[in-house]
Ligand binder design. Structure first.
Ligand code: GLU
Length: 472
C-alpha cells in the first residue's frame, strides 16, 4: 500500500517549531515508505478557509520554512478554499442519505443552550431540536445550518498509533455543524472531505486534534469512506513543562535560520523531540528515513530545550562538509562584503573553514570568523588590530615581508619553520610577530594560528595584505 501523509497548516502565522515537527514526521513517514515500502507521498494542504485569519504572508512563510528545512512535498499544494464546491457536494450527499439535517435554531436559542450548559458547568451541547423535526416546520426567512445526525448510542473508537485505543460515548458528542448559516462549510467537514479525496492513509498531527478525531471518524463513517490511520503526537512544551511560547523558543523556523541554525540540525533536533532510536542523538536524514516509524513516537509531551538545539547545531557545523558550509554562509558573507565573493576567496574559504568550524556554534559565527578569507586585499582593519600596527611592529612586518618574498614553497610547516628561525634570530617571542601579522592579514586580533592563515591565504594574497599595511 502506498502511504499518503499530509501536512495541513492553517496559514494564520509563521511555521513554528511544533508545526515543523509535525511536517517532519509526516515527511519522514512518507519517505520511509517511498524508500523501504510500497511507496509514499507527502502532501501539503493549506487550510485557508478562515478568510479573516489566513494571510499570504503566512502561506509564504510555510512554503519558505518547509523548503528551507528540505521537507519537499509531492504534487501541487492544495488550497482548501478552492475546494468549497466539493465540500458542499459532500454535505448534499449527507443530506440525501439522511446523515445530516437542517437546523433552524436562532442565535438566541443557541445562546440559551450555551447559557444552560455553562450554569451546569458542562460543555455546550446542541439539544437536537431539529434532528427529527419535520422540515415543513421551518420558520420562513431563516437560513439554516446543516448538522451531522450522529449516532447517540454506543461508542466511537479510534485506534491511534501513538495514544492507543481510545473511545468516547456517542452521547457526549452533539450533532456538529457541517455548514454554517452563511453557507460556508466548517473546518471539520472540510478536513474529512479533503483527507478522503487526497487519499490520505495516515493522519499524523498534534494531539490537540485528538478530540476532533472522534467527530471526524463519525463523519467518515457517515460518508461511507475509509478512515485513515491516526497518530496524534504529544505537543511540545517549554523546558519547565509550561505551554511553549515565544519566550521559550517557539519561534518561526525563519527565526532559527536567521540565528544561523542549519536546517539539518533543526530537523535532527525536532526528530528527537518526541521520537527516539535507542540513545542516538545525531541522526542523519538518511538514517531518519530508514528508522522512522510511528511505533517509536513518545507518548509523553516533549520539552523544547534551546541549549540542546544549539549543541546539536554546533555538532552539525563541526562535522559539516566545508564546501557545503561555505555555500550556507555565502549570503551572509555577501551582505557583509556588500558584493560577491571571488572564486579565489571561495577556495580559501573551503580550506579555511576546516578549522574555523570547530570554533563556531552557528553559521553567523562561522561567517564572522571567516569573513577575512572571503575578502580580497585591501581588507578593513578594525580598531583593536590597528592599535597593534605601531611604527615598531610595522617595521618588523616590513622585515618579514622581505623574507617571505624568498619562500617558494608556501606550506604551513615550511612557514612554521621559517618563523621559528626568524624569532630565534631576532631573539623575540612568537607573539611579537604573530599579533602584527594577524592584524595585517585578518584585520582583527583573533583568528586561527598565524601560519595556518598564511598558508590558506596563499603567498600572493598574504604579501598583498602585508604590503597594504606596511606601505608608507
Ligand atoms: N489546520 C490544522 C492546524 O493547523 C491541522 C488540521 C489537521 O492536521 O487535521 O492546526
Amino acid at each position: 500500500m502506498t502511504v499518503i501523509t499530509r501536512f495541513a497548516p492553517s496559514p494564520t502565522g509563521f511555521l513554528h517549531v511544533g508545526g515543523a515537527r509535525t511536517a517532519l514526521f509526516n515527511w519522514l513517514f512518507a519517505n520511509h515508505h517511498k524508500a523501504y515500502g510500497e511507496g509514499g507521498e507527502f502532501l501539503l494542504r493549506i487550510e485557508d478557509t478562515d478568510r479573516n485569519r489566513s494571510t499570504k504572508k503566512a502561506v509564504d512563510a510555510i512554503f519558505d520554512g518547509l523548503s528551507w528545512l528540505g521537507l519537499n512535498w509531492d504534487h501541487d499544494v492544495i488550497f482548501q478554499v478552492s475546494r468549497v464546491d466539493r465540500h458542499l457536494e459532500a454535505i448534499e450527499q449527507l443530506l440525501t442519505s439522511g446523515h445530516a439535517y437542517r437546523c433552524y435554531c436562532s442565535p438566541e436559542e443557541l445562546a440559551e443552550m450555551r447559557e444552560q450548559a455553562r450554569a451546569q458547568g458542562l460543555p455546550m451541547m446542541y439539544n437536537g431540536k431539529w434532528r427529527d423535526r419535520d422540515p415543513a416546520d421551518a420558520p420562513a426567512g431563516v437560513a439554516p445550518t446543516i448538522r451531522l445526525r450522529s449516532s447517540k448510542e454506543g461508542i466511537t473508537k479510534i485506534t491511534d498509533h501513538v495514544q492507543g485505543e481510545i473511545s468516547v460515548k456517542n452521547e457526549t458528542l452533539d450533532d456538529m455543524i457541517l455548514l454554517r448559516s452563511d453557507g460556508t462549510p466548517t473546518y471539520m467537514l472540510a478536513v474529512v472531505v479533503d483527507d478522503h479525496d487526497m487519499a490520505v492513509t495516515h493522519v499524523i498531527r498534534g494531539d490537540d486534534h485528538l478530540t476532533n478525531a472522534f467527530r471526524q471518524t463519525q463523519l467518515f463513517e457517515a460518508l461511507g469512506w475509509n478512515i485513515p490511520v491516526f497518530a496524534h503526537i504529544p505537543l511540545i512544551h517549554a523546558a519547565d513543562g509550561s505551554k511553549l511560547s515565544k519566550r521559550h523558543g517557539a519561534l518561526g523556523v525563519e527565526a532559527y535560520r536567521d540565528m544561523g541554525f542549519l536546517p539539518d540540525a533543526i530537523c535532527n533536533y525536532l526528530l528527537r523531540l518526541g521520537w527516539s532510536h535507542g540513545d542516538d542523538e545525531i541522526i542523519s536524514r538518511d538514517q531518519a528515513i530508514e528508522w522512522f516509524s510511528l511505533n517509536t513516537i513518545n507518548k509523553s509531551a516533549a520539552r523544547f530545550d534551546v541549549e540542546k538545539l544549539t549543541s546539536i547545531n554546533s555538532e552539525y557545523i563541526q562535522s559539516g562538509d566545508t564546501e557545503i558550509l561555505a555555500k550556507l554562509i555565502m549570503p551572509l558573507l555577501q551582505t557583509s562584503l556588500k558584493g560577491r565573493v571571488s572564486e579565489y576567496a571561495t577556495e580559501r574559504l573551503n580550506t579555511g573553514l576546516a578549522s574555523i568550524k570547530y570554533r563556531s556554534k552557528n553559521l553567523i559565527e562561522l561567517a564572522e570568523k571567516s569573513v577575512f578569507y572571503a575578502k580580497n586585499s585591501p581588507i578593513d582593519v578594525d580598531d583593536k588590530a590597528r592599535k597593534i600596527l605601531t611604527e615598531d611592529t610595522l617595521s618588523r612586518l616590513r622585515d618579514i615581508l622581505k623574507g617571505f618574498a624568498d619562500i617558494t614553497d608556501w606550506q604551513k610547516d615550511i612557514l612554521d619553520c621559517w618563523l621559528n628561525t626568524y624569532i630565534e634570530n631576532a631573539d623575540i617571542k612568537m607573539g611579537e610577530v604573530a599579533q602584527p601579522l594577524r592584524a595585517a592579514l585578518t584585520g582583527t586580533t583573533a583568528s586561527p594560528g598565524i601560519t595556518e592563515v598564511l598558508s590558506v591565504l596563499g603567498k600572493h594574497e598574504s604579501i598583498r595584505r602585508l604590503e597594504d599595511v606596511t606601505r608608507v
